[in-house]
Design a protein around this ligand. Structure first.
Ligand code: KIV
Ligand code: NA
Length: 263
């Protein structure tokens, strides 16, 4: 059965972990789908892992449409979630809808936008018009230039309170999922309990509704810096299918992330 927004809510409510991986092409979409990955994220991380850029900022709308179309052709059961690239949604809710519609027409079932409570109006605008939204908070890579680097977020008491408020406000605005990147595990657990919608973590500990990693990190092929939260599942597998199955099993049984992957 196809994964829908309802499936995700039911999984979170029943304590079944949601497994997500990034995916950029049709062959991997089929492989990940068959391995039981619930959500295929067409991440703008493709700018770094496929294009060799040093941030996600150069990724364009036509590139995201192209990869979304490729992934959608390979996905059967999994939900296709597409990142809105830098500059495609920040200007206004109307700009966000126009570009979200292009990703939905390319085969996405949901879009992801980065930013806190200030994006709530945009979330509401999209959801009311038929576009489910995943809200990405914490270390939002499109903000690397204002953050001054890729750093753990929500470490001070005031930053933690702000992130909790961001999650609540975005959920209230209609976000289907709240994705948290690089936040302390205790804070992510609290946000997960209090925000009212399923949560996905990457470097956010295990007390969230599901996990995501970049597929190139799971397979150990990305030559860049290896983040603390990454695990190379290829190291203990005989094949790519085996590595992906290992990731799915570890997310589902709660053994990934282990304490050494958390902040
Ligand atoms: O683009 C991406 O891969 C992402 C995940 C790291 C959450 O946004
Ligand atoms: Na992204």
């Amino acid at each position: 059965m196809k994964i829908t927004v309802n499936t995700l809510q039911a999984m979170a409510a029943e304590g079944h972990k949601i497994g997500m991986l990034t995916c950029y092409d049709a062959s991997f979409a089929t492989l990940l789908d068959e391995a039981g990955v619930d959500i295929l994220l067409v991440g703008d991380s493709l700018g770094m892992v496929m294009q060799g850029e040093d941030s996600t900022l150069p990724v364009s709308m036509p590139e995201m449409e192209y990869h979304t179309r490729c992934v959608a052709r390979g996905a059967k059961r999994a939900m296709v979630l597409a990142d809105m690239p830098f500059g495609s949604y920040q200007e206004s809710p109307a700009q966000a809808f126009a570009n979200a519609a292009r990703l939905m027409q390319a085969g996405a079932h949901m879009v992801k936008i980065e930013g806190g409570a200030f994006m709530a109006e945009t979330v509401r605008f999209l959801v009311q018009r038929g576009v489910p939204v995943c809200a990405h908070i914490g270390l939002t890579p499109q903000f690397v230039n204002t953050f001054g680097g890729y750093k753990v977020q929500g470490k001070s008491e005031s930053d933690a309170e702000r992130l909790l408020d961001d999650a609540r406000v975005l959920a209230e605005a209609g976000a289907t999922l709240v994705l948290m990147e690089c936040v302390p595990a205790t804070l992510a657990a609290r946000i997960s309990q209090e925000c009212g919608v399923p949560t996905i973590g990457i470097g956010a500990g295990r007390d969230v509704s599901g996990q995501v990693l970049v597929i190139y990190d799971v397979l150990g092929v990305y030559p860049g810096r290896k983040a603390r939260f990454v695990k190379n599942f290829m190291a203990e597998a005989q094949s790519i299918q085996g590595a992906v199955a290992g990731y799915v099993a570890a997310v589902k049984d709660g053994s990934f992330p282990a304490p050494e992957h958390c902040f």
